[in-house]
Design a protein around this ligand. Structure first.
Ligand code: 13P
Length: 287
Protein backbone atom coordinates (compact mmCIF):
# COMPACT_ATOMS: atom_id res chain seq x y z
CA UNK A 1 0.00 0.00 0.00
CA UNK A 2 1.72 3.19 -1.18
CA UNK A 3 1.33 5.98 1.35
CA UNK A 4 3.10 9.09 2.56
CA UNK A 5 5.52 8.50 5.44
CA UNK A 6 3.66 10.88 7.75
CA UNK A 7 1.58 8.41 9.76
CA UNK A 8 4.30 5.76 9.98
CA UNK A 9 6.75 8.40 11.28
CA UNK A 10 4.36 9.67 13.93
CA UNK A 11 3.56 6.13 15.09
CA UNK A 12 7.26 5.20 15.20
CA UNK A 13 8.20 8.30 17.20
CA UNK A 14 5.34 7.69 19.64
CA UNK A 15 6.12 3.96 19.91
CA UNK A 16 9.92 4.40 20.29
CA UNK A 17 10.88 2.31 17.30
CA UNK A 18 12.21 3.24 13.85
CA UNK A 19 11.10 2.58 10.30
CA UNK A 20 13.87 1.48 7.95
CA UNK A 21 14.58 3.28 4.73
CA UNK A 22 16.21 0.85 2.34
CA UNK A 23 17.57 2.28 -0.90
CA UNK A 24 16.60 0.58 -4.14
CA UNK A 25 18.73 0.11 -7.24
CA UNK A 26 16.72 -2.18 -9.47
CA UNK A 27 13.85 -4.65 -9.63
CA UNK A 28 15.53 -7.29 -7.44
CA UNK A 29 16.21 -4.78 -4.65
CA UNK A 30 12.65 -3.48 -4.75
CA UNK A 31 11.05 -6.93 -4.75
CA UNK A 32 13.31 -8.18 -1.93
CA UNK A 33 12.51 -5.20 0.31
CA UNK A 34 8.75 -5.21 -0.39
CA UNK A 35 8.41 -8.96 0.24
CA UNK A 36 10.41 -8.75 3.47
CA UNK A 37 8.33 -5.83 4.75
CA UNK A 38 5.18 -7.83 4.06
CA UNK A 39 6.57 -10.96 5.75
CA UNK A 40 7.62 -8.91 8.78
CA UNK A 41 4.36 -6.91 8.84
CA UNK A 42 6.53 -3.83 8.98
CA UNK A 43 6.09 -0.38 7.45
CA UNK A 44 8.92 0.45 5.06
CA UNK A 45 10.42 3.33 3.12
CA UNK A 46 11.97 2.72 -0.29
CA UNK A 47 14.73 5.29 -0.78
CA UNK A 48 15.71 6.44 -4.25
CA UNK A 49 18.77 8.63 -4.67
CA UNK A 50 18.96 10.90 -7.71
CA UNK A 51 21.75 8.72 -9.11
CA UNK A 52 19.76 5.51 -8.65
CA UNK A 53 16.73 7.21 -10.17
CA UNK A 54 18.75 8.11 -13.24
CA UNK A 55 20.15 4.57 -13.43
CA UNK A 56 16.62 3.15 -13.38
CA UNK A 57 15.64 5.35 -16.37
CA UNK A 58 14.20 8.22 -14.36
CA UNK A 59 11.77 8.78 -11.50
CA UNK A 60 8.70 8.04 -13.61
CA UNK A 61 9.99 4.57 -14.40
CA UNK A 62 10.75 4.01 -10.72
CA UNK A 63 7.30 5.16 -9.59
CA UNK A 64 5.58 3.01 -12.21
CA UNK A 65 7.64 -0.05 -11.22
CA UNK A 66 7.05 0.39 -7.49
CA UNK A 67 3.31 1.03 -7.88
CA UNK A 68 2.83 -1.96 -10.15
CA UNK A 69 4.97 -4.23 -7.97
CA UNK A 70 3.20 -3.15 -4.79
CA UNK A 71 -0.08 -4.11 -6.44
CA UNK A 72 0.98 -7.35 -8.11
CA UNK A 73 2.72 -8.66 -4.98
CA UNK A 74 -0.38 -7.79 -2.93
CA UNK A 75 1.59 -5.71 -0.43
CA UNK A 76 -0.65 -4.64 2.46
CA UNK A 77 1.91 -2.94 4.73
CA UNK A 78 2.46 0.82 4.39
CA UNK A 79 5.16 1.62 1.82
CA UNK A 80 6.51 5.11 1.18
CA UNK A 81 8.36 5.82 -2.06
CA UNK A 82 10.86 8.43 -0.97
CA UNK A 83 13.41 10.61 -2.75
CA UNK A 84 16.73 10.39 -0.88
CA UNK A 85 18.92 13.53 -0.64
CA UNK A 86 16.92 15.38 -3.26
CA UNK A 87 17.94 18.61 -4.93
CA UNK A 88 15.32 21.33 -5.30
CA UNK A 89 14.65 20.33 -8.93
CA UNK A 90 14.73 16.63 -8.05
CA UNK A 91 11.96 17.15 -5.47
CA UNK A 92 9.64 18.60 -8.11
CA UNK A 93 10.48 15.82 -10.57
CA UNK A 94 9.58 13.18 -7.96
CA UNK A 95 6.38 14.96 -6.99
CA UNK A 96 5.38 14.97 -10.66
CA UNK A 97 6.36 11.30 -11.05
CA UNK A 98 4.09 10.24 -8.17
CA UNK A 99 6.50 9.70 -5.25
CA UNK A 100 4.71 9.74 -1.88
CA UNK A 101 7.57 11.25 0.08
CA UNK A 102 10.52 13.52 -0.63
CA UNK A 103 13.70 14.58 1.06
CA UNK A 104 15.02 18.03 0.30
CA UNK A 105 18.68 18.09 1.23
CA UNK A 106 19.61 21.73 1.49
CA UNK A 107 22.45 21.03 3.91
CA UNK A 108 25.13 22.11 1.44
CA UNK A 109 23.40 25.48 0.88
CA UNK A 110 23.70 28.58 3.04
CA UNK A 111 21.26 28.12 5.95
CA UNK A 112 18.96 30.95 4.73
CA UNK A 113 18.69 29.28 1.34
CA UNK A 114 18.00 25.86 2.92
CA UNK A 115 15.34 27.51 5.09
CA UNK A 116 13.62 29.28 2.18
CA UNK A 117 13.52 26.27 -0.10
CA UNK A 118 12.41 23.93 2.71
CA UNK A 119 9.63 26.40 3.62
CA UNK A 120 8.35 26.35 0.05
CA UNK A 121 8.48 22.56 -0.15
CA UNK A 122 6.67 22.14 3.19
CA UNK A 123 3.70 24.01 1.68
CA UNK A 124 3.78 22.02 -1.56
CA UNK A 125 4.05 18.69 0.28
CA UNK A 126 1.25 19.66 2.64
CA UNK A 127 -1.10 20.52 -0.22
CA UNK A 128 -0.37 17.24 -1.96
CA UNK A 129 -0.45 15.05 1.16
CA UNK A 130 3.21 14.03 0.83
CA UNK A 131 5.76 13.67 3.58
CA UNK A 132 8.88 15.81 3.57
CA UNK A 133 12.28 15.17 5.13
CA UNK A 134 14.67 18.08 5.59
CA UNK A 135 18.34 18.08 6.50
CA UNK A 136 20.48 20.24 8.72
CA UNK A 137 24.25 19.80 9.06
CA UNK A 138 25.77 17.63 6.39
CA UNK A 139 26.39 13.92 6.83
CA UNK A 140 29.98 12.84 6.31
CA UNK A 141 31.38 10.10 4.16
CA UNK A 142 33.83 9.52 1.41
CA UNK A 143 34.07 12.12 -1.27
CA UNK A 144 36.94 12.04 -3.77
CA UNK A 145 38.99 9.89 -1.44
CA UNK A 146 38.64 12.29 1.50
CA UNK A 147 36.82 10.70 4.41
CA UNK A 148 34.94 13.11 6.67
CA UNK A 149 34.18 12.11 10.26
CA UNK A 150 30.56 13.24 10.16
CA UNK A 151 29.43 16.72 11.13
CA UNK A 152 27.15 17.53 14.00
CA UNK A 153 24.13 19.71 13.33
CA UNK A 154 23.39 22.90 15.25
CA UNK A 155 20.33 22.27 17.50
CA UNK A 156 19.11 25.87 16.97
CA UNK A 157 19.09 25.40 13.20
CA UNK A 158 17.33 22.06 13.69
CA UNK A 159 14.58 23.77 15.67
CA UNK A 160 14.14 26.48 13.03
CA UNK A 161 13.70 23.87 10.28
CA UNK A 162 11.55 21.55 12.43
CA UNK A 163 9.21 24.44 13.25
CA UNK A 164 8.41 24.81 9.55
CA UNK A 165 6.34 21.64 9.86
CA UNK A 166 8.53 19.11 8.06
CA UNK A 167 7.54 15.47 8.62
CA UNK A 168 10.99 14.31 9.73
CA UNK A 169 14.41 15.79 10.17
CA UNK A 170 17.85 14.44 9.27
CA UNK A 171 20.46 16.01 11.51
CA UNK A 172 24.12 15.03 11.57
CA UNK A 173 25.26 13.41 14.83
CA UNK A 174 28.61 12.16 13.58
CA UNK A 175 27.05 9.63 11.18
CA UNK A 176 28.60 8.92 7.80
CA UNK A 177 27.41 7.32 4.57
CA UNK A 178 29.15 4.12 3.50
CA UNK A 179 31.54 1.99 5.52
CA UNK A 180 32.80 3.68 8.72
CA UNK A 181 36.55 4.26 8.99
CA UNK A 182 38.44 2.33 11.69
CA UNK A 183 39.00 5.44 13.76
CA UNK A 184 35.39 6.68 13.66
CA UNK A 185 34.56 7.93 17.17
CA UNK A 186 30.91 6.78 17.12
CA UNK A 187 27.63 8.70 17.22
CA UNK A 188 27.52 11.88 19.25
CA UNK A 189 24.74 11.23 21.76
CA UNK A 190 25.30 14.64 23.37
CA UNK A 191 24.39 16.21 20.04
CA UNK A 192 21.38 13.94 19.65
CA UNK A 193 20.21 14.85 23.16
CA UNK A 194 20.55 18.58 22.45
CA UNK A 195 18.74 18.26 19.10
CA UNK A 196 15.93 16.23 20.65
CA UNK A 197 15.53 18.80 23.44
CA UNK A 198 15.30 21.55 20.81
CA UNK A 199 12.87 19.86 18.37
CA UNK A 200 10.51 18.04 20.76
CA UNK A 201 8.34 15.43 19.06
CA UNK A 202 9.84 15.80 15.59
CA UNK A 203 10.83 12.34 14.28
CA UNK A 204 14.60 12.30 13.67
CA UNK A 205 16.36 10.46 10.85
CA UNK A 206 19.65 8.61 11.17
CA UNK A 207 21.42 8.40 7.82
CA UNK A 208 24.43 6.19 7.23
CA UNK A 209 22.86 3.16 8.93
CA UNK A 210 25.50 0.79 7.52
CA UNK A 211 28.02 -0.37 10.11
CA UNK A 212 26.81 1.57 13.15
CA UNK A 213 27.08 -0.88 16.09
CA UNK A 214 23.63 -2.26 17.04
CA UNK A 215 23.83 -0.87 20.57
CA UNK A 216 24.37 2.66 19.24
CA UNK A 217 21.45 2.29 16.81
CA UNK A 218 19.17 1.13 19.64
CA UNK A 219 20.27 3.97 21.88
CA UNK A 220 19.66 6.50 19.08
CA UNK A 221 16.14 5.07 18.59
CA UNK A 222 15.48 5.31 22.33
CA UNK A 223 16.53 8.95 22.13
CA UNK A 224 14.19 9.98 19.31
CA UNK A 225 15.40 8.53 16.01
CA UNK A 226 12.32 7.24 14.14
CA UNK A 227 13.84 6.46 10.73
CA UNK A 228 17.14 4.74 9.94
CA UNK A 229 18.56 4.71 6.41
CA UNK A 230 20.42 1.67 5.11
CA UNK A 231 21.98 1.41 1.67
CA UNK A 232 25.58 0.17 1.55
CA UNK A 233 24.95 -2.86 3.78
CA UNK A 234 22.46 -4.34 1.27
CA UNK A 235 24.98 -3.74 -1.52
CA UNK A 236 27.70 -5.53 0.45
CA UNK A 237 25.63 -8.64 1.19
CA UNK A 238 24.45 -8.74 -2.43
CA UNK A 239 28.10 -8.57 -3.55
CA UNK A 240 29.20 -11.28 -1.13
CA UNK A 241 26.39 -13.70 -2.07
CA UNK A 242 26.93 -13.17 -5.81
CA UNK A 243 30.68 -13.63 -5.40
CA UNK A 244 30.18 -16.89 -3.49
CA UNK A 245 27.87 -18.20 -6.23
CA UNK A 246 30.38 -17.42 -8.97
CA UNK A 247 33.41 -18.62 -7.01
CA UNK A 248 31.65 -21.93 -6.35
CA UNK A 249 31.35 -22.26 -10.13
CA UNK A 250 27.56 -22.41 -9.98
CA UNK A 251 27.22 -20.02 -12.91
CA UNK A 252 29.05 -22.67 -14.98
CA UNK A 253 26.73 -25.53 -14.05
CA UNK A 254 23.58 -26.28 -16.04
CA UNK A 255 21.60 -23.11 -16.52
CA UNK A 256 23.43 -21.34 -13.68
CA UNK A 257 24.04 -18.41 -15.99
CA UNK A 258 20.30 -17.63 -16.10
CA UNK A 259 19.98 -14.18 -14.48
CA UNK A 260 17.10 -15.48 -12.37
CA UNK A 261 19.55 -17.99 -10.85
CA UNK A 262 22.62 -15.76 -10.90
CA UNK A 263 20.90 -12.96 -9.00
CA UNK A 264 18.92 -15.19 -6.61
CA UNK A 265 21.57 -15.54 -3.84
CA UNK A 266 22.04 -11.74 -3.73
CA UNK A 267 18.28 -11.27 -3.65
CA UNK A 268 17.94 -13.70 -0.72
CA UNK A 269 20.85 -12.01 1.08
CA UNK A 270 19.08 -8.63 0.85
CA UNK A 271 15.94 -10.20 2.31
CA UNK A 272 17.89 -11.58 5.28
CA UNK A 273 19.62 -8.23 5.87
CA UNK A 274 16.38 -6.21 5.66
CA UNK A 275 14.67 -8.56 8.13
CA UNK A 276 17.62 -8.30 10.53
CA UNK A 277 17.41 -4.48 10.38
CA UNK A 278 13.63 -4.41 10.85
CA UNK A 279 14.07 -6.55 13.97
CA UNK A 280 16.82 -4.24 15.24
CA UNK A 281 14.74 -1.12 14.56
CA UNK A 282 11.69 -2.65 16.28
CA UNK A 283 9.32 -2.15 13.32
CA UNK A 284 8.32 -5.84 12.97
CA UNK A 285 4.59 -6.28 13.51
CA UNK A 286 3.99 -2.52 13.50
CA UNK A 287 2.20 -2.33 10.13
P1 13P B 1 24.57 3.85 4.14
O1 13P B 1 24.88 3.62 2.69
O2 13P B 1 25.76 4.20 4.93
O3 13P B 1 23.80 2.73 4.73
O4 13P B 1 23.64 5.15 4.22
C1 13P B 1 22.39 5.16 3.62
C2 13P B 1 21.78 6.50 3.67
O5 13P B 1 21.92 7.24 4.62
C3 13P B 1 20.95 6.91 2.53
O6 13P B 1 20.52 8.22 2.66
Amino acid sequence: MLVSAKEMMQKAAAGHYAVGQFNINNLEWTKAILLTAEECKSPVILGVSEGAGKYMCGFETVAAMVKAMDKSLGITVPVALHLDHGTYDGCYKCIKAGFTSIMFDGSSLAFEDNLNKTTELVHVAEQLGLSLEAEVGSIGGEEDGVVGMGECADPKECKTIADLGVTMLAAGIGNIHGVYPENWPGLSFETLEAIKAAVGDMPLVLHGGTGIPDEQVKKAIDMGVAKVNVNTECQLVFRDATRAYVEAGKDQQGKGFDPRKLLAPGFEAIKVKVKEKMELFGSVGKA
